[in-house]
Design a protein around this ligand. Structure first.
Ligand SMILES: *Cc1c(COP(=O)(O)O)cnc(C)c1O
Length: 394
């Protein structure tokens, strides 16, 4: 601390988040507890990370075993859990190879780099531009900030990293401007998460994919929030008639242990050779053990089918609130990624819900975002519904 600056904030943690006045110290399944012993139903799942519930026993036991053996060894050596996790990811998607990193923003950074490198190799140096969409969210690093089509998030950080162009989301006519001689790829969310829980229109996406195919643009889907079963299938693209060239994954991949990944089809993956990209921690033994255990749990149980059924029940019941309350305008989303469009400020409803021991989120100013764990039960959904009824009744 220097003597000649005015101290406005003495907290040791930088104040980049507006935190709720709650300190969480314990979690189990769909519940978390604060430091005074209050129990909350967590329908945020740690922002779509702990998709299989807090302190999932099956994942915990595998991570504990790995803690006894090896924590880190770098990517200069083979890591068996990394190779197994990569195999499971490619066997269960349309992709062929995986690059591991530690977060969503890093996964998108890797996608942007592979798109530029691919185009550089096959088209030449003029094709560097990645098209993204208004109201998207792709991360907070300098390149992913530029990829994010929201001025309020970019505010104050100029100049933006060059090489991005934004089109309106779900606008079929605007797709005529998709390809230019400078374009190398398209990066999009299949349900805009932070941007208000807006699913992609199938006809729009089909046309977008067709243009990518014709113009040899990489079709890159950011499944950081929609992936790992959140929308009812392992990845959201599996509900559309498209085959992405690149898929980015993070949030739910380690069920709360930090890990990210960029999956690519062979033609794109070939653009990365030794030295093209790297990460010290990426694919670390602990993180990939968590990722492998998460994938094995999802593939080896009926969680996806169960959660998809429960999500249908949840959404049908929520629809009743649209009829019942003036301030509830619409319900939208996919699977267990649910948006409640409200009149007034979404944050006010989130605050009220917390007073009733229910944790939920916002997605923009007037959308309440609900992200139940995929392992939630009908009983828990009924608790959630009765709290929401009280929240809107006041
Ligand atoms: C959360 C999120 C990111 C950023 O992930 P971080 O791990 O916070 O870097 C990127 N894209 C989407 C769609 C997200 O939801």
């Amino acid at each position: 601390m220097s003597n000649n600056t005015t101290i406005t904030n003495t907290h040791p943690v930088m104040q980049t988040y507006n935190r709720f006045p709650v300190t969480l110290v314990k979690g189990k399944g769909s519940y978390v507890w604060d430091d005074t012993g209050n129990k909350y139903l967590d329908y945020t799942s740690g922002i779509a990370t702990c998709n299989l519930g807090h302190v999932n026993e099956q994942i915990k036991s595998k991570v504990s075993d790995q803690l006894d053996n090896l924590w880190h060894c770098s990517n200069l050596y083979h890591i068996p859990t990394q190779e197994k996790l990569a195999s499971l990811l490619v066997e269960n998607t349309c992709t062929d190879q995986v690059f591991f990193c530690n977060s969503g923003a890093e996964a998108n950074e890797a996608a942007i780099k592979i798109a530029r490198k691919y185009a550089h190799d096959v088209k030449g140096t003029d094709a560097y531009e990645v098209v993204t969409f208004k109201n998207s969210f792709h991360g907070r690093t300098l390149a992913t900030l530029a990829a994010t089509g929201q001025e309020k998030i970019q505010q104050g950080f100029a100049p933006m990293t060059p090489g991005f162009r934004y089109l309106p989301y779900n606008d079929i006519d605007a797709l005529d401007q998709l390809a230019s001689i400078n374009t190398c790829a398209v990066l999009l969310e299949l349900v805009q998460g932070e941007g208000g829980v807006v699913p992609a229109d199938p006809a729009w996406l089909k046309k977008l994919a067709a243009i990518c195919e014709q113009q040899d643009l990489l079709l890159m889907v950011d499944e950081i929030q929609t992936g790992m079963g959140r929308t009812g299938t392992l990845f959201a693209y599996q509900q559309y008639e498209i085959e992405p060239d690149v898929i980015t994954v993070a949030k739910g991949l380690g069920n709360g242990i930090p890990i990210g990944a960029m999956l690519a089809k062979q033609k794109a993956a070939d653009a990365f050779t030794a030295g093209s990209h790297g990460s010290t921690f990426g694919g670390n033994p602990i993180a990939t053990t968590a990722g492998l255990a998460t994938m094995e749990y999802l593939l080896g149980s009926d969680t996806l089918q169960q959660s998809d059924q429960l999500a249908k029940y949840l959404v049908t019941e929520l629809q009743a609130l649209v009829e019942k309350y003036d301030q509830v305008e619409a319900i939208r989303g996919k699977g267990m990624l649910i948006g409640i469009v409200v009149k007034g400020n979404a944050i006010d409803y989130v605050t009220k819900a917390r007073e009733h021991n229910l944790l939920i989120l916002v997605a923009g100013p007037n959308v309440v975002r609900v992200l139940p764990p995929l392992t939630t039960t009908k009983e828990e959904i009924d608790i959630f519904l009765s709290v929401m009824d009280q929240v809107f009744a006041v």
